[in-house]
Design a protein around this ligand. Structure first.
Ligand code: ADP
Ligand code: MG
Length: 624
């Protein structure tokens, strides 16, 4: 076009588009999911703005927050239109020409090697999936702050933008026209498309319509030539049906008086609604099937691998603050969960009375639970205030508190339902129930998210004990498996007052430690903590169920009754005195007779309040 301004795609986008265009990926239909999801996002945005400024919606049709799909078989165009926020010219250049999210180049590489495009939406580049099925795409968009523009590209490294002077005005919103490739003509089949939209829009909270054809019977006036035939038919019918002369006669008279009509099939078009917009979280939990919860998770997390979430919790909170929520434990931790822990945003979507507000509300969940996915819909929060005011609203604290409780209950339940976790009678019951699916689930959870539980113990004093219950570790008696504090306590020797642990870089090394010699011999259980975060953890976790923790490599270890201790102390007094004097540095506080060794003659122990040797190593590594 003459007035079009030309642009080049950012190099990364070009690479991505090349991969998509040349992809052999067979699940091409995902483009529809991505487009519907973008339309829904755009509608969420305008609806949110309209809360504080009604004017933004305009008048008439533009107030209808909906999505429309049309097929043009002749021109081979599939178009998807929304009445969302729309894009200005600047938006078009920025949003459909560059990649905003970081980590995308890693994704591009991953897609290139795996050929799996299913996760494209998670990386903020879902739009480009249109080139799986189209060789030419037009994006017509009208934002309140700008004129209507057309963005177009044939995925040849460049795109063009022009002011739109030829299409029908959209009022507000975006229309995406896909000029379908020859091998993608199946997306022009109405029945196909209806099915796909249904599949991908199950949890979209705006109505989606398709311009659907319908065969209808219409009465049309019969023209002159036809009238004779009609009459003949009528005659023959009546004579077949009955010998009633009067009726026959009346019929004849009728035919003469009334204008003759006939019935023909005609194709008409009308908007057909394809989805049911009742939000899943508003439904009663017992009416929602397991499959629906799983599907909802996939759409929420944009995670379309076949894996199920490990657990979910759907509940209503009542009282001062009312809200409904669905929380999920994902099947896997995102690859960068702990790299950007303090930067990570919460993954909860906040709605206020069915209106989407934000998915970046850090006030809803603490950092250590940011791995959870879900939605919260509150009737108590005000609708017509700014995001900032909402963020500061006092109800959020109550919501957060309840969400944490429910989240921890849900996680605890993974353990309770896991036959590997329970012991004794419980274990038998669990095995009898034959719930194979739940077997090993908690170990799986622990391997993916255990670190979050530890970080929670460090960060959240008020839930420390609940979190400590979820803690798992290996010990001198756990036989290579994970065990818990409750189980440790159940195995404690009579008279044992403290929970013993040792920290280090790996279990194999710790098992050889001289610190364990006597404890092992006397059949005491010692916990192995081998994750660097454990050192910090144990500075916060002082006790559990009234029992103190004792680092066995630190001063103050008491095992059993040390009757002989006093005697020994006395007889070796000269030696310890000499030794203390012989070590002339200020690095040793004291030289003592030890009760923790068996074969090893001596050992260096850290003071009760100082850093352990492992902590020293961690701190050294950090300053390097
Ligand atoms: P994401 O949706 O994860 O941001 P996409 O590649 O799907 O990534 O879309 C890129 C951006 O393009 C969106 O963030 C949005 O700003 C813009 N966009 C796409 N489709 C629409 C639309 N229908 N209406 C308004 N903006 C849109
Ligand atoms: Mg998208």
């Amino acid at each position: 076009r003459n007035n079009a301004e030309k642009f080049e795609f950012q190099a990364e986008v070009s690479r991505l588009m090349d991969i998509i265009v040349n992809s052999l990926y067979s699940n091409k239909e995902i483009f529809l999911r991505e487009l519907i999801s973008n339309a829904s996002d755009a509608l969420d945005k305008i609806r949110f703005l309209s809360l504080t400024d009604k004017e933004v919606l305009g008048e008439g049709d533009t107030t209808k927050l909906e999505i429309q799909i049309k097929l043009d078989k002749e021109k081979k165009i599939l178009s998807i239109r929304d009445r969302g926020i729309g894009m200005t010219k600047e938006d078009l250049i920025k949003n459909l020409g560059t990649i905003a999210k970081s980590g995308t180049s890693a994704f591009v590489e991953k897609m290139q090697s795996s050929g799996d495009l299913n996760l494209i939406g998670q990386f903020g580049v879902g739009f480009y999936s249109v080139y799986l099925v189209a060789d030419y795409v037009e994006v017509i968009s009208k934002h309140n702050d700008d004129k209507q523009h057309v963005w177009e590209s044939k995925a040849d490294g460049a795109f063009a933008i022009s002011e739109d002077t030829w299409n029908e005005p959209l009022g507000r919103g975006t229309e995406i026209r896909l000029h379908l490739r020859n091998e993608a003509q199946e997306y022009l089949e109405e029945s196909n498309l209806k099915e796909l939209v249904k599949k991908y829009s199950e949890f979209i909270n705006f109505p989606i319509y398709i311009w659907a054809s319908k065969e209808v019977d219409v009465e049309v006036p019969a023209d002159e030539d036809d009238s004779g035939d009609e009459k003949e038919t009528a005659d023959s019918t009546s004579s077949e049906e009955g010998e009633d002369e009067d009726a026959d006669k009346a019929d004849d008279e009728d035919a003469e008086k009334k204008p003759k009509t006939k019935t023909v099939k005609e194709t008409t078009y009308e908007w057909e609604l394809l989805n049911d917009v009742k939000a899943i979280w508003l439904r009663c939990p017992k009416d929602v099937t397991e499959e629906e919860y799983i599907k909802f998770y996939h759409s929420l997390a944009k995670d379309f691998n076949d894996e199920k979430p490990m657990a979910w919790s759907h509940f209503t909170a009542e009282g001062d603050v009312e809200f409904k929520a669905v929380l999920y434990v994902p099947p896997k931790a995102p690859y960068n969960l702990y790299d950007s822990y303090y930067k990570a945003k919460s993954n909860l979507k906040l709605y206020v009375r069915r209106v989407f507000i934000s998915d970046e509300f850090d006030e809803l969940l603490p950092k250590f639970l940011s791995f959870l996915k879900g939605i919260v819909d509150s009737d108590t929060l005000p609708l017509n205030v700014s995001r900032e005011m909402l963020q500061a609203h006092s109800s959020l604290k109550t919501i957060k508190k309840k969400l944490i409780r429910k989240a921890l209950d849900m996680i605890r339940k993974i353990a309770e339902d896991d036959p590997d976790e329970s012991s004794g009678k419980d274990k038998k019951e669990a095995e009898q129930s034959g719930d194979d699916e739940k077997k090993g689930q908690y170990t799986k959870f622990w391997n993916e998210f255990g670190k979050s539980i530890k970080l929670g113990i460090i960060e959240d004093a008020s839930n420390r004990n609940r979190l400590a219950k979820l803690l798992r570790f290996e010990s001198t008696k756990s036989d290579g498996k994970l065990t818990s504090l409750d189980k440790y306590i159940s195995r404690m020797k009579s008279g044992q007052k403290e929970i013993f642990y040792i920290t280090g870089t790996n279990k194999e090394q710790l098992e050889e430690s001289p610190f364990l010699e006597r404890l092992k011999k006397m059949n005491y259980e010692v916990i192995f903590f081998t994750d660097p975060v454990d050192e910090y953890l144990m500075q916060y976790l002082m006790d559990y169920e009234g029992k103190q923790f004792q680092n066995v490599s630190k001063e103050g270890l008491k095992i059993g009754k040390d009757r002989k201790n006093k005697e020994l102390k006395e007889s070796f007094k000269e030696l310890t005195k000499w030794w203390k004097g012989a070590i002339t540095t200020d690095k040793v506080d004291e030289v003592k007779i030890s009760n923790r060794l068996d074969n090893t003659p001596c050992v260096v122990v850290t003071s009760k309040f100082g850093w352990s040797a492992t902590m020293e190593r961690i701190m050294q590594a950090q300053t390097l």
